[in-house]
Design a protein around this ligand. Structure first.
Ligand code: 2RA
Length: 339
């Protein structure tokens, strides 16, 4: 019993995390097909004590597939996502290809599950559901419970994004550069074209006409779609920092209604998928290392924004594993909702 699964991009950082999460959550599939580019086809991947051979992704890969998890870049999703849907599969796409397409649900299960209402395995047709950008997921996991209570009017986000967001190769290069710099050697700069170790820089996404980069505009546009609120004001500055796999984000919120910090802390303590780490006496607050390889998004530094009148402003600090809740876990949770 259970759905037949396909994992597209299985050899990448998120693809590998799909397998870990499927196992950790004992996802009830009846069969699984591991798909990747021609270059990776033939590789063996061990999963649940079996050795699987990676198959080359082709148009015929989706015959008989119920759910296809995609994380192989936007061009692969654009080419093969519609083919998979045509074959009757429900695609959960981690790329940005379809996120802003009208009618494509953009889903964080703890935040807006209703957006995928009615989409189920066995409904007789395929569908496509988009996984939001990792920095959006991590931010909104914390901001949404507060938004639901006091309606966010304006959100200012500064992100400190991990290497994993740029893939496994970037993680390897960060480690390599760190060793090289410590040994007094010139750093190898293939992925980011500049030194990453002991440094930080504006996110590597292309910068648009308005001076924002694509990562920042994803935060703006995806927040409005997920909250179904085209009026909420959002601005973001996304920075790449020398951290392996968890994003950190400083979030400033301005509310329509008052929300004091104690109430905010209680709301967050009861929010699904959230861990509050907010101990002022010991200066213990969320860190990337503390959330790495974990499901929970950690929130701390919860305090009234003293630059705003009364209790209409709040500052928080959020950390979440980019590969897990920022991508693979969120996608598998969506797949669980299809059963
Ligand atoms: C990043 N959000 O972190 C992008 C890719 N997932 O670079």
């Amino acid at each position: 019993t259970g759905p037949s699964l396909a994992v597209v991009g299985v050899t990448g950082a998120v693809g590998q995390e799909f397998l870990s999460v499927l196992s950790d959550r004992d996802f009830p599939f009846r069969s699984i097909k591991l798909l990747a580019s021609k270059r990776s086809a033939g590789k063996s991947v061990s999963f649940q004590n079996h050795s699987f051979t990676v198959e080359e992704l082709t148009a015929d890969s989706f015959n008989g597939i119920d759910i296809a998890l995609f994380s192989a870049g936007g061009s692969i999703s654009k080419e093969f996502g519609p083919i998979a849907v045509e074959k009757g599969a429900i695609v959960v796409d981690n790329s940005s290809a379809f996120r802003m397409v009208e009618g494509v649900p953009l889903v964080i299960p703890e935040v807006n599950p209703d957006a995928m209402e009615g989409i189920k395995v066995g409904m007789g047709r395929g569908a496509l559901i988009a996984n939001p950008n990792c920095s959006t997921i991590i931010c909104l996991m914390a901001a949404t419970p507060l938004h639901r209570h006091a309606k966010v009017k304006r959100m200012v986000v500064s992100t400190y994004q991990a290497a994993s967001g740029a893939g496994a190769a970037a993680m390897h290069e960060l480690e390599l550069q760190t060793r090289e710099v410590l040994e007094g050697k010139p750093p190898t700069c293939n992925i980011f074209k500049q030194q990453y170790a002991f440094n930080l820089f504006s996110h590597n996404a292309p910068v648009l006409e308005n001076g924002y980069n694509e990562e920042e505009m994803k935060m703006v546009k995806e927040t409005r779609k997920i909250w179904n609120d085209m009026d909420v004001k959002v601005t973001a500055t996304c920075i790449r920092v020398p951290v392996m796999r968890a994003h950190a984000e400083s979030v400033n919120l301005q509310f329509e209604k008052p929300l004091d910090e104690d109430t905010a802390r209680e709301i967050l303590k009861n929010a699904p998928g959230i861990v509050v780490i907010d101990d002022r006496s010991s200066n213990h607050f969320p860190t990337p290392l503390e959330v790495s390889n974990k499901d929970g998004v950690a929130v701390g530094r919860i305090r009234r924004d003293l630059s705003q009148d009364g209790n209409h402003g709040l500052d928080i600090f959020v950390c979440g594993d980019q590969v897990r809740k920022g991508a693979a876990l969120n996608a598998v949770q969506i797949a669980e909702m299809l059963l």
